[in-house]
Design a protein around this ligand. Structure first.
Ligand code: PGA
Length: 254
């Protein structure tokens, strides 16, 4: 019913030569393997236009996404990239609210709301990340934290804008730690998120919404995660950087 999405968040990894090698391997893999999932790549912004051209030249094989965009329209914001700039070079998706941005760049609800707005105004589809800390999980506060993150940011969107969203549930304690949430833990949270969306936006949008999981997804655990009814794919960090692992994760979504 919902097509799975396997998204590669490269973060700040791979220099130009490494990135060129990896993109060629991903293209070859996607050409040689029939896969049922949508594949999206989120390389460092400096590579985006090249990836767009590569994709266009070799027959589009993946969707292209940015790891972040500015909350401002344009102007004197040194180092920032606007949603308009990203959209104008062919970027289709944009991660908003990744926990690393929330932590290292102090991104709070008001800024995240603006980022969502900017991305949507420019025709991009945001992947909105939410997730609880280890301490919140130990204190069994995860439902409360996620519901606050959704209420304060995402649920400000009108239904038309919300229809453009993918949600990524990424428990912070599982990101880059090798500690994946169990399939049951992830499924419980995804089910809860879908129920919250249903009570805010109704059944149709809730049923259409893709909710992907992120946090130490790898070739060994992807299949079980993807077999859960409310897990519609993955946002993959570390394991997206090697074709052997990333390829297996893509095939696990078949
Ligand atoms: P990880 O990162 O797969 O390396 O845990 C996931 C993410 O941060 O999106």
């Amino acid at each position: 019913m919902r097509t799975k999405l396997v998204a590669a968040n490269w973060k700040m990894n791979l220099n130009w030569n490494e990135a060129m090698t990896h993109i060629a391997q991903i293209h070859q893999f996607l050409s040689e393997n029939a896969n049922a999932a949508d594949v999206a790549l989120f390389p460092p912004a400096i590579y985006l236009r090249h990836f767009f051209e590569h994709n266009a030249m070799h027959g589009p094989k993946f969707q292209l996404g940015a790891q972040d965009c500015s909350e401002h329209v344009n102007g004197a914001f040194t180092g920032e990239l606007s949603a308009e700039m990203l959209a104008s070079i062919g970027v289709q998706l944009c991660i908003v609210g990744h926990s690393e941005r929330r932590l290292y760049h102090r991104e709070e609800s008001a800024r995240l709301q603006l980022k969502l707005k900017r991305a949507i105004e420019m025709g991009m589809h945001p992947i909105y990340c939410c997730g609880e800390s280890e301490e919140d999980r130990e204190n069994e506060n995860q439902s409360f934290v996620i519901s606050a993150q959704l209420e304060q940011t995402l649920f400000a969107l009108n239904p038309e804008a919300f229809a453009k969203i993918t949600i990524a549930y990424e428990p912070i304690w599982a990101i880059g730690t090798g500690k994946t949430a169990t399939a049951d833990q992830a499924q419980d949270m995804h089910e809860m998120i879908r129920a919250m969306v249903q009570s805010r936006y109704g059944e149709e949008l809730a049923t259409r919404l893709r909710i992907i999981y992120g946090g130490s997804v790898n070739a060994a655990n992807a299949k079980l995660l993807f077999s859960q009814p409310d897990i519609d794919g993955a946002l993959v960090g570390g394991a997206s950087l090697k074709i052997e692992d990333f390829g297996k994760i893509i095939l696990a979504a078949n």
